[in-house]
Design a binder for this molecule. Structure first.
Ligand SMILES: Cc1ncc(COP(=O)(O)O)c(C=O)c1O
Length: 281
């Protein structure tokens, strides 16, 4: 489907016809937030958690939430239902709207709301079986990474750094401690214990972060949220990425270092299987 219907400020229109004014603060300042919600079998996966995160993001930057939960669900359903694919990836974005260019918030604001969807593209079986290569870099982003902001320049540059080296993701470190990857959370396994950096302002709390907490509890996998050093990541038995489009994915090489035995490990296998079951539930 080349020209799917999208929602923009109250109407459904073909993507090619959706237009916003150039003074939209999303365009001018990157002043807005977004969400990416996977859809399996025409049902949103973890919709409540995604909407809760959207509401937190909006509140944290002072954009009035233009819809309640039922309103959002109905709008997303319209876009989702209009698309022929059963498995999709809904993208939604809210900006502070259109105003004369000045940094501080305008007196009057009507948020811009945009929703589109595309078929979800998941890693192939071959990529899953082999695992992926990542590169490391210093985290040079701002200190409000918990907000799912559309101002993604730091993440864009990190993703480009990975792409230029033929890697899947850049895994970032701040002052020698693991934060997250360009567009995913990062997990390590040592001696059967899974660990992730704490949920604070230095990472985006992925919806998969909460899901993996649930899967660990249900499957008897010990989990720690704690500060993780660069040395621990390179010495880990397993390194995993999690995101809406990667689900969970094993990292088998970081820079020039092989991780564990160079193949996706047992905790990855367990979590991936549990993830697939939770999608079907
Ligand atoms: C910077 C960053 N961290 C973490 C994640 C994982 O979040 P989620 O599990 O909600 O996809 C993403 C997702 O795109 C991301 O961009």
């Amino acid at each position: 489907m080349n020209d799917p219907l999208v929602y923009l400020n109250g109407s459904l229109t073909p993507l090619s016809e959706a237009k916003i004014p150039v003074l939209d603060r999303g365009f001018i300042f990157g002043d807005g937030v977004y969400e990416v919600i996977p859809v399996y079998g025409r049902k949103m996966f973890r919709a409540d958690q995604h909407l809760a995160r959207l509401f937190r993001s909006l509140a944290s930057i002072g954009i009035p939430n233009p819809h309640d939960k039922a309103g959002w669900l109905a709008l997303i359903a319209q876009v989702m239902d209009a698309h022929p694919a059963d498995d999709q990836m809904v993208y939604l974005q809210v900006t502070r709207g259109v105003a004369k260019r000045a940094h501080a918030f305008p007196q009057e604001m009507v948020p811009t709301v945009f929703i589109m969807t595309n078929p979800i593209v998941l890693p192939s079986d071959e990529v899953r079986a082999k695992g992926v290569v990542c590169v490391s870099m210093e985290d040079k982003r701002w200190l409000r990474c918990e907000i799912k902001s559309i101002s993604l320049l730091g993440n864009v540059l990190a993703a480009q750094n990975a792409a230029e080296q033929g890697a899947t993701e850049s895994i970032q470190f701040r002052d020698g401690l693991l934060t997250e990857a360009s567009a995913s959370n990062v997990w390590i396994v040592k001696d059967g214990v899974l660990a992730a950096p704490p949920k604070d302002n230095l990472i985006l709390e992925g919806i998969r972060y909460g899901l993996i907490e649930d899967l660990c509890a249900a499957n008897g996998i010990p989990l720690q949220a704690r500060k993780i050093t660069r040395e621990e990541v390179f010495a880990a038995d397993e390194v995993l990425l999690s995101s809406a489009t990667k689900e969970v994915l094993a990292v088998v090489k970081l820079d020039e270092q092989t991780i564990g035995n160079g193949a996706p490990g047992p905790i990855y296998q367990k979590l991936y299987a549990a993830y697939q079951l939770s999608k079907a539930a």
